[in-house]
Design a protein around this ligand. Sequence first.
Ligand code: FAD
Length: 282
Amino acid sequence: MNEQTKQQIFSFELFPPKTEKGMENLKTNVQQLQELNPAFFSVTYGAGGSTQQRTFDTVDWLVEQRIDTAPHLSCIGADEDEILEILARYKAQGINRLVALRGDLPSGTGLGGLGELNHANQLVSLIRQQFGDYFHIEVAAYPEFHPQAATPQQDLQNFKRKVEAGASSAITQYFYNADAYFRFIDECQRLAIEIPIVPGIMPITNFAQLARFSDSCGTEIPRWLRKRLESYGDDLDSIRNYGIEVVSDLCQRLLAGGAPGLHFYTMNRSAQCQQIWQALGL
Ligand code: FAD
């Protein structure tokens, strides 16, 4: 590691498994990723508390292993008391980093919101009001803009609200177009947003799954990449190998262009992250 990469923050995201076998798999993969010495592991949380117990179980195991852990917490559909209870639980466990989100509304509920907190900036404000500076609060950022945003300008203003409410840093939605990130950073600078904005990196393993997921979260798969991945059909090895090449190249460009670190959406798998890590010489 050189002086520059030492200051950059590298982290891995996990989701809470549904089965015991899934949990065993997560443990094996975390042990492998731990060897890369990341700053922290984050654990997702289903909106409306749908994964609550599984998120707690995963977080508890990570804390037992003395691994720096950042639980995600979404506010849509939850009431303040419930959120405060969860925050108190995490504080009692010595956890001091969170990823604070709105979460996605279950389909069919409309956009009116379901609880007392309808946007992530309200959650960030609540955490700051009740816990002061105790937590390092990460929030989500969208270089290609949030799919529900009325306009890019409004989305940027809404991102700024989270920063003004007290966010410490941000992690982006994944993207495959480095220019979208750099332009987003420029626009944030123009709005005097100064927190670190760490790119979220999605390794490529399964094209059909990635295409579906990208459509729903508003990530563009550029034509040159889509065409190439489509051409491999069911040949998963070729998809993975090409994916490693493309994503490593993206990471390299981001770091060379000043990104303050990388956050990997691991999907509870270590192999690709390790290969990208090696390609980057981290
Ligand atoms: P917000 O910042 O509230 O933004 C949502 C939309 O509302 C945007 O269009 C924004 O422009 C608009 N908006 C924001 N504030 C206001 C306001 N005050 N007034 C009017 N409009 C406003 N989802 C999960 O369910 N669980 C997870 O664990 C999870 N982890 C994630 C991690 C990362 C790094 C990222 C990028 C996303 C994650 N998501 C997760 C998905 C996320 O919950 C969705 O993208 C969700 O639709 C928006 O969440 P947010 O926190 O960005 O919301």
